[in-house]
Structures are given as C-alpha cells and as structure tokens.
Design a protein around this ligand. Sequence first.
Ligand SMILES: N[C@@H](CCC(=O)N[C@@H](CS)C(=O)NCC(=O)O)C(=O)O
Length: 353
Amino acid sequence: MVMTMVTSTTGSDNERPILYSFRRCPYALRARLALAAAGLQPGVDLELREVALKAKPPELLAASSQATVPVLLLGACAGGDSAVQSPAVLRESLDVMRWAMQRSDLASWWQARTPAEQAAIDALIASNDGPFKHHLDRFKYAGRFGSQGLAEQQQHRQAAVAILRDWNRQLEAGGWLLGTQPSLADWALLPFVRQLRLADVTGFDAEPDLVALQCWLQRFLNSTELAAVLAEPWAPRSIWRSPSWLYHLALTADWQAARNAGDDYRISTRDRTLEAVGFIHLSAAHQLAATAGRFYGDLPAGAVKLLCIDPAQLQAAGLNVRHEPAPGTAELFPHLYGPLPLAAVVHAETWTP
Ligand SMILES: N[C@@H](CCC(=O)N[C@@H](CS)C(=O)NCC(=O)O)C(=O)O
C-alpha cells in the first residue's frame, strides 16, 4: 500500500488538521474509525467539516482536485514526528487511516503486525476496494451504472457474495480476518460490507454460507466504535458552513413555493418581499445564529430552511451583492439586489439553531 505524498499546503498551517467527511460514506467512515481509535477528537484535535457531496464547499475543491471524501488537511505542525516529511493533504481514506495509526496504534491494527500479516491486510483491502466495491456499486446503485435489469444487478450481488465467502473462511478461524484480534483490514472492510447488507438486509441475513461473516458484521453494527463515528461530533447532522458561501434563512413554505414553481426566490426576509424591500437579506456564516435568533427564534422546528448560496453563481447571473449596514447593528450584511436563482442555492437544509 503506497501513501500519496503531496507537498502543497492548503491553508491549515499551524492549525489543527481539518477532516472533510460525509456521514454515510464508507471511505469516510473507515477514516473516522481510525482517527477515533487513535484517540483524536473533533473540536479538540481536529476540525471536522461535514460536507454534502452534491454541494462540495470551495475549500474542499481547492484541497483536492479528485474532490472525494475523506480529505485530511494537515497543518505544518500536524504531521507528528518532524523528522518525517509530512504530507500536507491526504486524499485517500487509507492514507488517513495510516496517518492515524502512526499517531497511535495501541490496538495493533498495523504497526505491530509481521510483514506477512501486513501483506495479508493489503491483499484484503485491495480485494475490497477493487472487485468487492465494483460489484457492490453495481448492485446497490444499479441505475447509476446503467444496469440492463434485475438479472444483471443480481449477478453483481452474487459476485460480491462470492468474495464474502472467501472472507468468511478467514473469519472462521478466530472471528477476525487475521485471527483473534481486529486489524486494519477489519476496520477498512466492515463499512463496505455494512453497505451491501443495507442494500438488501433480508437477503444478506439469509445467506446460508456466511455465518462467521454475519457475526463479524453484527459485532461491528453493535459496536461502540461504529456508534461513536455515526454520532456527533464525528458525524454532524448539518453540513459545515463554508465562509465562502452566503446564507439566507427562509420560511420552509416560501422556499417550497419557489421550488414548486421552479421560479426565482423573491422573499427578502420574514414576511417581506424583494419588491417591498429592494434586496434580499443574506448573512455570512458567522452571522447566521444571531440573525436566526433575531427574526426566526419563535418558530417551531422545521419551519425555517437554511439556504447555502454560491456567490459565484450570483455573479454568473449578473447579480449584485453589496455589504451594507443593517439597522440596529454595527455590522455589514450582504444584500442581494435581485431575485435569488434556484441554481445559486447549492444546498438547503432544515435550520437547527
Ligand atoms: N479512493 C478514495 C475514494 C473516496 C470516495 O470515492 N468517496 C466518495 C463518497 S463515499 C466521494 O467522495 N465521491 C465523490 C462524489 O460523490 O462526488 C478514498 O479511499 O478515500
């Protein structure tokens, strides 16, 4: 297994590492499992930025041209041993796992393993990330991969299950892929096997020749390790608020009405239209909480949506944003002079204070 060494710096010098993550992504899951096992905590040892894959923030795109998650951005001081040249950006989940294990591998996932064991781990991961993932995707997302029908989809499922039978044989010996203790291979593969099961729980649980593997997966599903990385602070429910975006708090009903009509959004602020005010009130990321408290604090959960707006799209549409003082505050707020095109809203989510 080769670590990708990249030397460009992308803005986190002398700061905590930044992890771009996506809650359900199996690659991001295994990275979080390793980081958590190394004793790192989001908010303390690293900054975790949950992203929406359909609306990747510009900071992630700048850090990684492949634009997949996870990505770990390391600051100048974040690489550990200064005698080792630290990569600035880790764009592969396995590199993130290895980085975590270099920090601490108390559970002997990798460091204390013999060369033969390490080769076995690499082979298992190659089989997962290659053929197993290939068939998993074509079973789970058949439409996306242009499946010719149910039969083809089932062929991919069967091919994935055939690989599981190999792993099952290895698991029969001691409950883990390399014997009686979990290794990097277990943690790197389990999130993907979990995905296959989720795509067809009944079928998976009814597979007759996978008893050891079903127990292995069940242990993972019930584990505190998995629970920890599927909950706050490892898996925030709302996405990271990029300072590069602009934001608007909208009544859910107003936002739905614009979407249903497929028309520009024309509400300036609560109960006031663009036509009445002359512009649409926006906020920067750091202004949102106060804006919400001032104008929407009395509303029940679900009544307000947070719209994340890409300023580049506004510019492309010839729209003007001015930063102007708001009455009653000393702050400048962004004001959009014109209707908000739906296409400029890169992400909308229920506002949670
Ligand atoms: N080889 C990469 C693969 C990561 C990957 O493909 N992640 C998916 C999410 S599960 C992704 O970010 N896809 C980009 C997209 O959907 O736009 C790794 O191990 O980190």
